[in-house]
Write a protein that binds this ligand. Structure first.
Ligand SMILES: N[C@@H](CCC(=O)N[C@@H](CS)C(=O)NCC(=O)O)C(=O)O
Length: 265
């Protein structure tokens, strides 16, 4: 049994990650202290033996809690926090199964239809051609346009099927609001970083803008966005610098990519 009195809660990841930002935000809103330790896939650090010991799936974020538990996957971490710490239950009320069912439904919808596809969108359309300098500009652009089409359709359904006053369930945010916020936030940041205006998911949507700015008014949001900003130059250098060498060359088979794209990449 771990000695809890000396243990520190540690969040592993990096600030550009919307998934880590969401967990950090959740911790901050609930007043749970944590130490941040940077683990960046752009340097290959998510796939080291040390990190795979924490998360065999080789992803960040991972939270090492004071009870010795290592837990990964942003949504699972937030639900874990609500189950263990009563302070987190206002965002995921474990004692109210009916409300939790509605919250889960929205959260799963966002993960499956919006945030998940958004991940593939930026990998194929931005990382491949721009960060990894692969010769797939044309295909990446086509993929990007298909992604805009689909993502905007699912987002419109989400907005129409929710209260949006200004949050999904009314005037207080719950778990899926954080997930939605960090997806929108990344869409804004990546549309600038990779010069892809079509990737911005809420520029033309008044309801989503109201949602986004309402979330920005929270003290914890400002704290997270500032942390992100303070690490941006480091992250940009890694993203456009060593990422290909540290990750792509080691973990992705170019031969398969060439078969996928039908030409040298
Ligand atoms: N579904 C996961 C996504 C986590 C994820 O994809 N994290 C990225 C960084 S933003 C990562 O670890 N990438 C390294 C890799 O996929 O090898 C979550 O919600 O936590």
């Amino acid at each position: 049994m771990l000695d809890q009195s000396n243990a520190e809660r540690t969040l592993y990841g990096f600030w550009l990650s919307p998934y880590m930002s969401q967990v950090a935000h959740f911790l901050s809103e609930t007043g749970l202290n944590y130490r941040y330790e940077r683990v960046s896939p752009f340097q290959g650090s998510t796939l080291t033996p040390e990190h795979k010991e924490r998360n065999p799936l080789g992803k960040i974020p991972t939270l090492s809690d004071i009870n010795g538990v290592n837990i990964s996957e942003s949504q699972a971490i937030c639900r874990y926090l609500a189950r263990i710490y009563p302070e987190a239950r206002r965002f995921y009320p474990i004692d109210d199964p009916l409300l939790c069912a509605e919250i889960d439904a929205k959260n799963d919808y966002i993960a499956f239809s919006i945030a998940g596809p958004f991940f593939n969108w930026f990998v194929v359309s931005a990382y491949f051609p721009k960060a990894w300098k692969l010769n797939v500009e044309k295909e990446a652009h086509t993929y990007s346009l298909c992604s805009v089409l689909m993502t905007k359709m699912w987002l419109t359904r989400l907005v129409n099927g929710s209260k949006m006053e200004p949050f999904l369930f009314g005037n207080e945010p719950f778990l899926p609001d954080f997930q939605l916020f960090y997806t929108l936030e990344l869409s804004q940041m990546f549309s600038e970083l990779f010069e892809m205006p079509e990737m911005h998911l809420f520029r033309d949507d008044a309801i989503l803008q109201k949602f986004y700015y309402a979330m920005c008014e929270r003290a914890s949001t400002r704290e997270i966005l500032m942390a992100k900003e303070s690490e941006l130059d480091v992250t940009k250098n890694e993203l456009f610098g060593g990422f290909g060498e540290a990750y792509l060359d080691k973990h992705i088979d170019r031969g398969i990519l060439e078969k996928v794209f039908g030409h040298t990449v």
